[in-house]
Design a protein around this ligand. Structure first.
Ligand code: G6P
Ligand code: MG
Length: 221
């Protein structure tokens, strides 16, 4: 029944969500904006500029005084913070259970797609040495709307040549789960059941992901 499984990257394949958090926190502090884990939750899955806008909206004027050039400079500064933090990422940072799932999917002949909003996804996949498992990487540059819009998941399905209804999407972010659901796919959430309550099936951590469990839950939908 499953035609493809489409993965998010940050927080699903690897724990880079913590580096995005750290990189934004460094920037927010420079701007004098309070930034914590709860705020960060809203940024998961959200692209760079949209994330910056959310951070600036915490300012009294909502960031209205800043020019686009200044915003682009800050977004770049965050990205430089992030690139510094991920420099040493290697395959030891693949989250538990992910390689087993990749192998099970490969064995079952189910193709794998990537639907990440990150412009750093290609670099990370190379550093993690998992490129060979992934058949299609949907390019966030080529989609009109970021998560929670379904675009990037639909793009991955289209490039894989599969029907979204028979696709599984795996996400750690609320916006990501919404994107999967809007794409008409079966949504697997990894993390907090309250935050990810819109998912069709939730596991607390990646080590609990299994193809047979996903199949079973999908059959009962
Ligand atoms: C993922 C992460 C977000 C990040 C976005 C863009 O969706 O969950 O935290 O903002 O990618 O990443 P980038 O590497 O392009 O700044
Ligand atoms: Mg994520």
């Amino acid at each position: 029944e499953i035609q493809a499984v489409i993965f998010d990257l940050d927080g699903v394949i690897t724990d880079t969500a913590k580096y995005h958090y750290e990189a934004w926190k460094q920037l927010a502090e420079e701007l004098g904006i309070h930034f914590d884990l709860e705020f960060n939750e809203q940024l998961k899955g959200i692209d760079r500029m949209a994330s910056l806008e959310k951070i600036l909206s915490a300012l009294p004027d909502g960031g209205a005084a800043f020019t686009l050039e200044q915003k682009q400079e800050w977004a770049e500064r965050k990205n430089n913070n992030y690139k510094r933090l991920i420099q040493t990422v290697d395959k030891s940072e693949i989250l538990p259970g992910i390689l087993d799932l990749f192998h099970d999917l490969e064995y079952a002949g189910i193709p794998i797609g990537l639907a990440s909003a990150s412009r750093n996804a290609g670099t990370l996949l190379r550093q993690l040495k998992v490129e060979s498992y992934i058949h299609v990487i949907a390019d966030p540059e080529n989609v009109a709307h970021g998560k929670p819009a379904p675009d990037i998941f639909l793009k991955a399905a289209e490039e894989l040549g599969v029907d979204p209804h028979y696709c599984v999407g795996i996400e750690d972010a609320e916006a990501g789960v919404q994107a999967i659901k809007s794409a008409g796919m079966f949504a697997v959430g990894v993390g907090d059941a309250e935050i990810l309550s819109k998912a069709d099936y939730i596991v607390p951590e990646t080590s609990k992901l299994s193809l047979s469990d996903i199949k079973q839950h999908m059959a009962g939908r």
